[in-house]
Write a protein that binds this ligand. Sequence first.
Ligand code: OOG
Ligand code: NI
Length: 477
Amino acid sequence: MYVQAEAAARGLGFLRGKIMTEFLDPDEIRSMFSSAMSEMYRLEVPQYGTLIDLVRDVNAATLAADPDLRARLEAAGELDRLDVERHGAIRLGTAEELASIRRMFAVMGMMPVSYYDLSVAGIPVHSTAFRPVESASLKRNPFRVFTSLLRLDLVEDRGLAAQAAQILAQRQIVTEGAFACIERAETQGGLTQAQAEEFVREALETFRWHNDATVSAETYEKLVSAHRLIADVVSFKGPHINHLTPRTLDIDAVQRQMPERGITPKAVIEGPPRRNVDILLRQTSFKALEEVVMFQGVAGSHTARFGEIEQRGVALTRKGRTLYDATLSQARTAAAKEGAGSYLSCLDSAFTAMPDDLAALRAQGLAFFRYRATAARLPQPAVSVSELIAAGVLVADPQVYEDFLPVSAAGIFQSNLGAEDQSNFSACANQDAFEAALGAKVIDEMVLYGEIEAESLAQALITLGQAHLIPEAAMVD
Ligand code: OOG
Ligand code: NI
């Protein structure tokens, strides 16, 4: 600001021109956006503010009680992201909406990663998560948005599906101003500070809650009877952010302490059980709020928005993930036989099949790591990577799982939709249709973790003067 004003005052047009074309890093725009979104949601859903405070307290206590964890997060450069870390979720109605949202998120360096088929859980959507993909960007701010697209093709009542499509065709979820900003970013290749501020202001409008529905109470009821989720997507002006989830270091403590702060959590935590080494993702949520909505002048209510917390652990390789999926499904089958009260013990006993220390997870190729050298060039060539690790000159930090789990997502959807009885949609994934709507392919999460692992290992080995140990697969470029 100051430099610009000074340049103008001195008539230094060239300097001013230079500043005017200086674009913000997309990581910076994402941070601005995620904090604006958090601010907005805090005002819309006061319980979210309470949850953020609780998570901050629990994280501070966890770090204070576990200096090793603190040191490890700090050394891995992961401490700073913790306070700003959160994900949100939206549900879209049409292919055009999904394509527009993809362009909007691209301005903030967020790419579609993974395809999630929720029809297997009887929920008529398929989804992706928009998130940063580079290591440095993830460290800066890993803000992600779980984005679902309604599948009217799965709705049996074709008349109702046609009516829903017709209602959706009339809305515009991205403001004219936001489109102008997106086009500007695309043609210029970035946005200046002032342009980014305008973009964030306009983009935020898409996610705002509207308590006036676009449909009559009668149409709303018809949509609800097909599925609550269809009503949530179709009846409003836009895809209101339905939850914003902070990351905690101790989800069991947060789950325990929620009632003390007046919040009632769902009964069980989704995902793996509590372990020494956190794997993948554990999540819990509290019930959606019942909100007053005006249906073309008639007062009614709708439940859509809720709170969620998550604890993130190490990302698993394909082999690790296959083991996880089989183990979880074994626990669920056992619990179904033994009764709901047995879920936690079934989970614990099934998960004994999964190694619970980092060294074993690494040695068996079950998890992804990020390597770093803690020494300079060594005088002698080593014979293996393990030898360097044992000598303490090479450290393998677990890579945080940055994505989502479809079984957990289904549990989250169901608990806040109150729609356990509405799961009569036929299971059929359709990634091609999703990507056609998106206007792009989704990125394979496994490839991303694999690249980070391979590149960090190669870099660390070069630092240590051990390039001969770089695995061939890492030398692609
Ligand atoms: C998304 C539910 C999935 C998660 O964290 O797994 C999700 C939704 O309810 O729209 O956010
Ligand atoms: Ni979520």
